[in-house]
Design a protein around this ligand. Structure first.
Ligand SMILES: [Zn+2]
Length: 427
């Protein structure tokens, strides 16, 4: 048995619904861990006697749950910061050429290892990740995640209308998906997501087949993009004139349900948001990506009004950082432009327990609750001279907000997976 002593903060429930009761803060707290699971989390004064036999490690900084990245592309990590295009042209010019290289398993292994180590360095312990069309790209990521004991959900991308060299067929897509599910099911903390890239790159037959794969496997997620960029939305409207809107394209093929996660959802009608809420589907809000590609401003207040579940995605390579802290700062800015005020405690919730809910893993991680896996990070509010100067003597609210606006990987003092230190900042 092991225990970590320090200042602990978690927001297991959404403060937008639960109010201030959602915030669990222990200035001198104790996080007790056995076999990777949390036995107790509360004030040191209350727990110390009960867990007197635990070996205690003091941690300086603010202990929060490990971050959940609800949408990111590992094969795009090397194309981050590629200049000058909006979505459809950016894919053609920068992304599809990069993804073609993942036909080579050695390349996939090397990028997967780099990507996961970067996630840990940025405090991200769980993620829903796009691979490429090549099944080996998913194998590479799963293998590297298993080695590191990370909670990673991924899948090979289905795209039978993709460009030359990035195209499967309906039959290949199905066979590869089935084989990957069979190969990786139940191993470590891995999960599978049936992953049609987006409506423009799949035939009707493939979208229908994806729906049948999701129905056939009750333990898998469905992960795709929705209503991101004006050019993409116009293309989809032209190709699927029978659909009420972009969401309805997916709905017609059985792809809208409680295990579905849609990245972006920037341009959504009330009808579509109401349907998402009814179906229990989740949104990955990706603010840096939406600004970088000129896609638009996600409307958090509208999604809230309909009660849609929301997580935070970095969406690298269109996103500009793997840092969830930095992404929360951008989310604040996007909400400001929508006349909506994102509270820092709620932001932390969306990036931890909220994201876990979207990924259907909220029973496992995200709240630092007893029975959950002990995935956590230590935030350093003195990581830079400006943070240190700003945060000295401030309230928890102001310190947390400053970490989101001014913080990034420099503010991650360390990252723990199931109670084991997986990354410690060296300088
Ligand atoms: Zn994406």
């Amino acid at each position: 048995m092991k225990a970590f002593r320090g200042e602990i903060l978690s927001v297991p429930d959404d403060p937008a619904a639960a109010g201030a009761d959602a915030i669990r803060h222990f200035e001198d707290g104790l996080l007790v861990v056995e076999d990777g699971l949390i036995l107790a989390c509360g004030p040191h004064a209350e727990l110390a006697e009960r867990f007197a036999e635990a070996e205690i490690e003091p941690l300086a900084g603010l202990i929060v749950p490990g971050f959940v990245d609800a949408h990111v592309h590992y094969p795009q990590i090397e194309r981050i910061a590629s200049h000058g295009e909006q979505l459809m042209q950016w894919l053609e010019r920068h992304i599809f050429p990069a993804e073609k290289a993942f036909a080579d398993r050695g390349h996939a292994d090397s990028v997967a290892a780099f990507f996961l180590d970067e996630l840990l360095r940025h405090g991200t312990t769980s993620a829903l990740v796009f691979a490429t069309v090549h099944p080996g790209s998913a194998d590479a990521l799963f293998e590297a995640a298993l080695q590191r004991d990370m909670r990673i959900v991924s899948g090979k991308v289905l795209m039978d209308l993709g460009p030359e060299g990035l195209r499967d067929s309906v039959a290949e897509g199905r066979a590869d998906t089935e084989a990957l599910i069979a190969r990786w099911r139940g191993r470590g903390r891995l999960g599978y997501a049936v992953t049609p890239r987006f409506a423009p790159t799949s035939s009707r037959e493939q979208l229908a087949d994806a729906g049948s794969l999701v129905a056939a496997h009750p333990d898998v997620l469905m992960h795709t993009h929705l209503s991101e960029n004006p050019g993409e939305i116009a293309f989809v409207a032209e190709r699927f004139p029978e659909a009420a809107d972009y969401l309805d394209v997916y709905d017609r093929f059985g792809l809208v349900g409680p295990r579905s996660i849609f990245a972006h959802c920037v341009h959504m009608s009330d009808r579509a948001l109401a349907r998402m809420a009814e179906a229990g589907a989740g949104i990955a809000f990706c603010p840096t990506s939406n600004m970088f590609l000129g896609s638009g401003l996600f409307d958090l207040a509208s999604a809230d009004r309909h009660g849609v579940r929301i997580g935070i995605g970095t969406d690298v390579g269109a996103g500009t950082s793997l840092s969830i802290l930095h992404t929360l700062g951008a989310a604040y800015g996007v909400c400001q432009l929508r006349s909506c005020n994102l509270d820092p405690f709620r932001a932390l919730h969306l990036a931890t327990a909220g994201g876990a809910r979207v990924l259907n893993i909220a029973d496992r991680v995200g709240g630092l609750l007893p029975g959950q896996e002990a995935d956590f990070v230590v935030l350093d509010a003195a990581a830079t001279p400006l943070l240190a100067r700003h945060c000295a003597g401030t309230s928890l609210h102001d310190r947390l907000f400053a970490l989101q606006v001014l913080g990034d990987d420099r503010a991650i003092a360390g990252t723990w997976l199931r109670g084991h230190c997986a990354h410690r900042r060296t300088s």
